[in-house]
Design a protein around this ligand. Structure first.
Ligand SMILES: Cc1cc2nc3c(=O)[nH]c(=O)nc-3n(C[C@H](O)[C@H](O)[C@H](O)COP(=O)(O)OP(=O)(O)OC[C@H]3O[C@@H](n4cnc5c(N)ncnc54)[C@H](O)[C@@H]3O)c2cc1C
Length: 501
């Protein structure tokens, strides 16, 4: 990986040694330089770590967000089902239930302003057996216990009126009107972008390999050099247990729960209006069929415990089991083209609830076990963590000015650049479509290369623009997209393609 360096907002770039808040730096190096002791170091720039960074950016603290990989949101946060859950089926009384409910509200409030595509589809939790039909009333009662009272029973006749392409044999459903779909890619990028716009330093390519703690600070060893911070927030997803052990704890182990998914072509989108959920079991929410924010239909995920924390490949068995389930729920779906398959790993532990602990004495916060609802709960987790930091003694004075950001819109419901005549008139690059499947323009690719957190790889570009995400998966546009990104980012085409020796 070539050097990435710290990412800071241009208007906040400053002399080495000054803190984000302008406070005096707390430690001096042996050579007389003034390396910072940050107030807070957050480990992991997934949706959870990025949300925490954004929340902290509202206060006058020096904060660094450390990410092992070369971009924000490259872990579990980029490979999920992308449902903005109401939390209707969470375990009542659990921390997860409370944070999912609050996270749903926060994303509904802030998501549109941040440019995060969110679409209200609603969901139908469909029963296919008499046992499942009987379970629906209990699920509605559980939803009410979780503070969500808008569910309603749907009789079988109405169910087939609403979703005429459902397979035969459904006995009824529970409507959950406030389930939404959301863009999993924009969300962490928006949080991280707003965080750095307000003084947080983002350091990519910086895996935390060890931590030495003294009374004064924690010293984190990373591939980019040491980082000192008074507080550490562990948001390392699949590796949160390992970071937790650096602080002397042995309280949970992450066992990745693999979830495979199949994405169907946009022509399938008319087959289904809402998210079709199964009746959940103790271990999984089950296999759903859902519209995506990009106008496709997704089928999945599977749920299989694995030992390998990098096992993000799909399997023949997993895909076969999905297709069998999909055929029962929406038979016509199986006649549509498959655009892509992908796999995400849930950071499951031996505990059913989030593993969120604040240790004021050690100035350490653990945010582990954020299994299958972290996208929804991210902003609420951040609120909870920052409250814990304040209660733990971190002085948090609100910044007088907060720079709001808005991400380029990549969903399907608002106007995109290729259809915006005024924008094209002002800059013809927005009228020049490069990725035809997803209608991504030259202007958007150049913008992504010049963004505050720039796209540096095809994967990064895909998550910022949709380029290469469509039916041809880059077959037609890859060369031109790579050439454009290379030219705009000053990298070689080989580096962009990830084929450098
Ligand atoms: C199949 C599937 C479906 C899902 N569906 C939904 C859904 O519909 N709705 C929903 O709300 N949630 C869903 N989720 C859950 C959601 O995706 C996760 O809860 C969320 O993405 C977790 O975010 P995170 O930031 O904790 O983890 P991650 O995104 O994995 O981020 C952790 C980051 O930490 C970095 N890191 C790790 N170790 C280190 C280290 N030593 N030093 C520095 N950095 C490090 C990693 O590189 C990574 O970028 C689903 C998950 C899966 C797998």
């Amino acid at each position: 990986m070539d050097a990435i360096g710290d990412v800071r907002a241009p208007h906040l770039r400053r002399r080495r040694g000054s803190t984000a808040s302008g406070l005096a730096p707390r430690r001096r190096g042996h050579d007389g330089s003034v390396p910072l002791t940050y107030d807070v170091a957050i480990v992991g720039a997934g949706v959870v770590g990025a949300a925490i960074a954004r929340e902290l950016a509202q206060y006058d603290v020096a904060c660094i967000l450390l990410e092992a990989t070369d971009d924000v949101g490259t872990g579990t946060s980029k490979a999920n089902t992308a449902i903005l859950h109401t939390g209707f089926d969470a375990k009542p009384g659990s921390l997860e239930a409370a944070l999912v409910r609050r996270g749903h509200a926060l994303l509904m409030e802030h998501g549109p302003r941040l440019g995060i595509p969110i679409e209200r589809t609603g969901a139908l939790l469909v029963a296919w057996t008499s046992e499942q039909q009987l379970a629906l009333a209990g699920i509605a009662a559980k939803a009410a216990e979780n503070g969500y009272t808008a569910t309603r029973p749907v009789a079988v006749g109405e169910l087939y009126d609403l979703e005429p392409n459902l397979g035969p044999g459904a006995t009824g459903a529970l409507a959950v009107p406030d389930e939404h779909i959301i863009c999993p890619f924009t969300t962490p990028l928006a949080f991280a972008t707003e965080a750095i716009a307000n003084g947080v330093v983002l350091r990519l390519g910086a895996p935390v390999a060890a931590v030495v703690s003294t009374l004064e600070a924690h010293h984190l060893e990373t591939a980019t050099g040491p980082v000192a911070a008074r507080w550490v927030v562990n948001a390392a997803g699949l590796h949160a247990d390992r970071i937790d052990r650096f602080f002397g704890h042995e309280r949970f182990t992450v066992t990745p729960r693999r979830g495979e998914l199949v994405v169907f072509d946009k022509l399938a989108r008319t087959l289904v209006g809402r998210t079709i959920l199964p009746v959940p079991t103790a271990t999984t929410k089950g296999v759903l069929v859902a519209p995506t924010i990009f106008g496709n239909v997704v089928l999945g995920p599977t749920a299989e415990d694995v030992t390998d924390r990098t096992a993000t490949g799909t399997t023949a068995a997993g895909l076969a089991s999905l297709l069998a389930k999909g055929e029962r729920v929406l038979p016509a779906l199986l006649r549509e083209e498959v655009t892509a398959t992908y796999t995400g790993l849930r950071a499951a532990t031996e505990h059913s609830d989030y593993q969120l602990f604040v240790h004021p004495d050690a100035r350490y916060v653990c945010v582990g076990g954020i299994r299958s609802t972290g996208l929804t709960a991210s902003m609420a987790i951040a609120e909870h963590v920052v409250a814990g930091l304040r209660d733990g003694g971190l002085g948090l004075a609100r910044r007088t000015a907060f720079h709001e950001i808005r991400m380029p819109y990549i969903g399907e419901t608002l106007t995109r650049p290729f259809e915006d005549a005024d924008r094209i008139a002002a800059n013809p690059d927005y009228g020049c479509i490069v990725c035809h499947c997803e209608r991504v323009t030259r202007g958007e690719i150049l913008d992504a290369a010049a963004a505050a957190i720039p796209a540096r790889t095809l994967d990064g570009l895909r998550r910022r623009t949709r380029a290469g995400l469509g039916r041809c998966q880059g077959f037609y546009c890859l060369a031109e997209v790579a050439r454009l990104l290379a030219g705009a980012s000053g990298r070689t085409v080989s580096a962009i393609l990830g084929v450098e020796p």
